[in-house]
Write a protein that binds this ligand. Structure first.
Ligand code: PMP
Length: 425
C-alpha cells in the first residue's frame, strides 16, 4: 500500500474538519520510532501529541494491557467495579499537587476531563461563570471549545459558545503582555463586568500547550490562588499536556508554591490508551450527587492497567530526571544555532517540554512560514515535528522521555540540518 493511495481514500472517507499534519500512514511504532506502510522509518517528536511519554509500545505498558485483556476488557465501573480503578485513584490522590484528602473520577479524553472539572466546580460553588485565558486550549467539546482562547479554527462555524465564560490575556513577555497586565485584567474583569461571587472556577494551563508553550509565571499562579481564596472560586489546573513527567516533574504544578483545587489530566496518563482523570479536594469533588459523574467507558480497565504501568515506569526509570536531561540537551542544540539563525526568537521550557519560537529574519514579528519550513524540512528527513502557538510560529518538541540516546542524537542532527535548510529555502 502507498501513503498516496490511502491519502486519496481519506479525502473521500473522512470529514474535512479533522486536521491533518502528515500523510504518513503508520504500520508500526516502537519507542520513538515509527514505520509507515511503505516501510519508511521516522523519528517521532510528536508522541501522539504528548501521549506516549513512555514511548510507543512500551513493553511494560503492553504487558499490563495484555494481562488485563486476558481477564476482562469492559464491565463499566458503575455497574461491576474493579479494584485497580480504586488503586489508580489512590495513587493519583497521593500524587496530584495539593494538601488534604482528595478524590478522583476517571473519564476518557482531555476535553472530557475539563468538562467534568467545570461541572464539579459549578456543583460545588452553585455558580456558573468561568474565567479562562486567551491562547489557552481545553478541547473540542462545547465547554472545552468555549474555554479555548482561540477562535480560528476551533470555534469557527460552531455558533454560540457556552455562556458566562470570560477570557483574560495570558502573560507572554515576548509578545508584550506582562504578568502585571494579566493580573490587572482579571481584577478589571471583576470590577467592570463580572461579580467575582458569581465565578465558579478559574482554569489555567501551567504551560499553554497548543497556545505556544508559554509557561505561567509563578506570580500569576500566586495571584490566581489568592483571588480564588478571596472569592471562594475553584482553581482548576489543566495538566492535560503538561502531565506525567513531561516538564521534569510528574505534574507541572509541582514547580509552583501554590496548588490548584482540581486537576484535569489525560494524554500521558494512559501511555497510548485512552484514559483521563479529574483529581481534587474531597469536599469539592464530592459536590455532585451519585450518577452526576462518570460514563460508560470512564476508567476502562485497559486504560487503568496501562496507567498503573505508566506511573511505575516514571518512578522506576526516573523519567522526570530523564526529561530534564533530554530537555537541556535539546535547548543546548537550539541555542547553539542562535548566532547563525536570526529567526530564532526564543528557546524555552522546563523538562522535555521545549519549544523554539521563530520571528521574521528582521525581527519584525512572528514567522509561521519559517516554523512551517523547519517542520517540512524535518519531515523530508524523517523527523516528525509539531508546530503550535497562536501565531503558528513555534515548534514544540514532544518526543518520548524514553527515547534512546542514539535516536535522540540522530534527531538533533536532523533538526540542525532542517533549521539551516529552512534558512536557505
Ligand atoms: N487541554 C489541554 C491543555 C490539551 O492540550 C488538550 C489536547 N491537546 C486538551 C485539553 C483536550 O484533550 P483531548 O484532545 O484528549 O480531548
Amino acid at each position: 500500500m502507498l501513503n498516496s493511495e490511502i491519502a486519496q481514500r481519506r479525502e473521500k472517507a473522512i470529514a474535512r474538519g479533522v486536521g491533518m499534519m502528515t500523510q504518513i500512514y503508520v504500520d508500526r511504532a516502537l519507542n520513538a520510532e515509527v514505520w509507515d506502510v511503505e516501510g519508511n522509518r521516522y523519528i517521532d517528536f510528536a508522541a501522539g501529541i504528548a501521549v506516549v511519554n513512555t514511548g510507543h509500545c512500551n513493553p511494560k505498558v503492553m504487558a499490563a494491557v495484555e494481562a488485563q485483556l486476558k481477564s476482562f476488557t469492559h464491565t463499566c465501573h458503575q455497574v461491576l467495579p474493579y479494584e485497580n480503578y480504586i488503586h489508580l485513584a489512590e495513587r493519583l490522590n497521593a500524587a496530584v499537587p495539593g494538601e488534604g484528602e482528595k478524590r478522583t473520577v476517571f473519564v476518557t479524553t482531555g476535553a472530557e476531563a475539563v468538562e467534568n472539572a467545570v461541572k464539579i466546580a459549578r456543583a460545588h460553588t452553585g455558580r456558573e461563570a468561568i474565567v479562562a485565558f486567551a491562547g489557552g486550549f481545553h478541547g473540542r467539546t462545547f465547554m472545552g471549545m468555549s474555554l479555548t482562547g482561540k477562535v480560528q479554527p476551533y470555534k469557527t462555524g460552531f455558533g454560540a459558545m457556552m455562556n458566562d465564560i470570560y477570557h483574560v490575556p495570558f502573560p507572554v513577555e515576548l509578545h508584550g503582555i506582562t504578568v502585571d497586565q494579566s493580573i490587572a485584567a482579571i481584577k478589571q474583569l471583576f470590577k467592570a463586568d463580572l461579580d467575582p461571587s458569581r465565578v465558579a472556577a478559574i482554569i489555567v494551563e501551567p504551560i499553554q500547550g497548543e497556545g505556544g508553550f508559554y509557561q505561567a509565571p509563578a506570580e500569576l499562579m500566586r495571584a490566581i490562588r489568592a483571588l480564588c481564596d478571596e472569592y471562594g472560586i475553584v482553581m482548576i489546573a489543566d495538566e492535560v499536556q503538561t502531565g506525567f513527567a513531561r516538564t521534569g516533574t510528574l505534574f507541572a504544578m509541582e514547580q509552583y508554591d501554590v496548588a490548584p483545587d482540581v486537576t484535569a489530566m489525560a494524554k500521558g496518563l494512559g501511555g497510548g490508551l485512552p484514559i483521563s482523570a479529574v483529581t481534587g479536594k474531597a469536599n469539592i469533588m464530592d459536590a455532585s450527587g451519585p450518577g452526576g459523574l462518570g460514563g460508560t467507558y470512564g476508567g476502562n480497565p485497559l486504560g487503568i492497567a496501562a496507567a498503573h504501568a505508566v506511573l511505575d515506569l516514571i518512578e522506576g526509570d526516573k523519567l522526570c530526571e530523564r526529561a530534564t536531561s533530554l530537555g537541556n540537551k535539546l535547548k543546548d542544540t537550539l541555542t547553539s544555532l542562535k548566532s547563525d539563525v536570526p529567526e530564532i526568537a526564543d528557546v524555552r521550557g522546563p523538562g522535555f517540554m521545549i519549544a523554539v519560537e521563530f520571528n521574521k529574519e528582521d525581527g519584525s514579528g512572528p514567522s509561521a512560514d519559517f516554523a512551517n519550513r523547519v517542520r517540512t524540512e524535518a519531515l523530508s528527513r524523517n523527523l516528525v515535528l509539531l508546530t503550535c502557538g497562536v501565531y503558528g510560529n513555534v515548534i514544540r518538541f514532544l518526543a518520548p522521555l524514553t527515547i534512546e540516546d542514539s535516536v535522540f542524537d540522530e534527531a538533533m542532527g536532523i533538526l540542525k540540518d532542517s533549521i539551516r535548510a529552512a534558512r536557505e529555502g
